[in-house]
Design a protein around this ligand. Sequence first.
Ligand code: SF4
Ligand code: SF4
Length: 420
Amino acid sequence: MRLKTTILAFLLLITSGPVLWAQQQRFPMPEFESGYQYPDAKLPGSGSLAMEYFDVGILVLLLAVTSWLAIKKRSRKWILLLMTGALLYFGFWRQGCICPIGAVQNVALGFSDPTYAVSWFIIALFLLPLLFSLAFGRVFCGTACPLGAIQDIVVVRPVRVPVWVRKSLGMFPFVYLALAVLFATTGTDFIICRYDPFIGIFRMGAEFHLIVIGIGFLLVGMFVARPYCRFFCPYGALLKTTSIFSKNHLSITPSQCIDCKLCKDSCPFDAIDHPTDPKVIGKMKDKTKHFLLYAALIPLLIVVGGWAMSSAHIFLARANPDVYLAHLLVRDPSVMEDLDNLDVQTFLGSDRTVDELVNDATAIQATFRSGAWFTGAFIGLVAGLFLVSQFVIRRRDDYQPNRGDCFSCGRCFKYCPVQK
Ligand code: SF4
Ligand code: SF4
């Protein structure tokens, strides 16, 4: 296990290397023929760099203190206090923009486009929670993440979500992650940021539908605890994966579990694994054939997923502004006369020709074709692993937090009589 942890940490570090190496190039300024004057550039003052150091320092401090509170001190009260502070600072004061969740896209684009510079700050935001999760579980979700915090404080009457629903919906964050990487690497959009349901609440203003979605998540979250974290968050998919390998995860009881069952229903996120029923282990032995069958299906699912997504690449590529515009102008050239169409008029005001636009759009579509293949293959792999995991039972003799699903919130501590 220690070896796996070290290898994963090493992989995270070396794969971030090319991004660190990305050059500080800038796109050339567009030329206008309308007499437009560039405004005086407002360059970030030295305070911005200082703020970046400050924010990273706060993040490290939060992650370190939460790890200590969750694993050693075992204090829900202090975790709650830290979480509230982080919500006020990272959520409402910094307006949800110090965001490792969205940083996934910057890092992905940095890999695919060497002219896109990813700052050390973004890389630090992206890597720190993952490295801490590899060492101590999802301590970032426990306090530092404002999206998690805002959902955590509204949990009033959590209901148990049936296992099959939980498991099926639990695949979606991986799908969302794959799509976000596809759209980022093709330079199309940062969909995680565009559809962040809580940004409107943190900024006290956004498009109406985003506010409605944010409030909807909070209303649902009163009964289905942390719905965004559990069934949507793409960064949560990465944290879940690294946390499974965490060496020093928190435990429900400070010492030996006495199987009193008192903590059984204490977790609002259904993240406590029960001792394994010997009958279930017996049944699983009869399912070895199913396990082997589904394992053999994984390569097929990868190929089918890749083929299905790449077949949809033209549809997916329409989300790219250049591809969309090229289709529009080729299909209906008269749209160039439409003075109210700002997209078209902005394009006509630039020095690109329609032919150049069409060539660029064709190249982007080709990138989508290969990118969509990998996206579909990844989704096929996740689906295959999900199916196989239905036939894998880990023997447990006591109640334990599920390392992938536990948010390190500390709620279950007080239910354990050993702790008392
Ligand atoms: S799952 Fe995602 S949204 Fe939830 S706390 Fe973790 S990082 Fe934040
Ligand atoms: S610490 Fe983990 S297992 Fe315990 S209540 Fe919180 S999320 Fe559930």
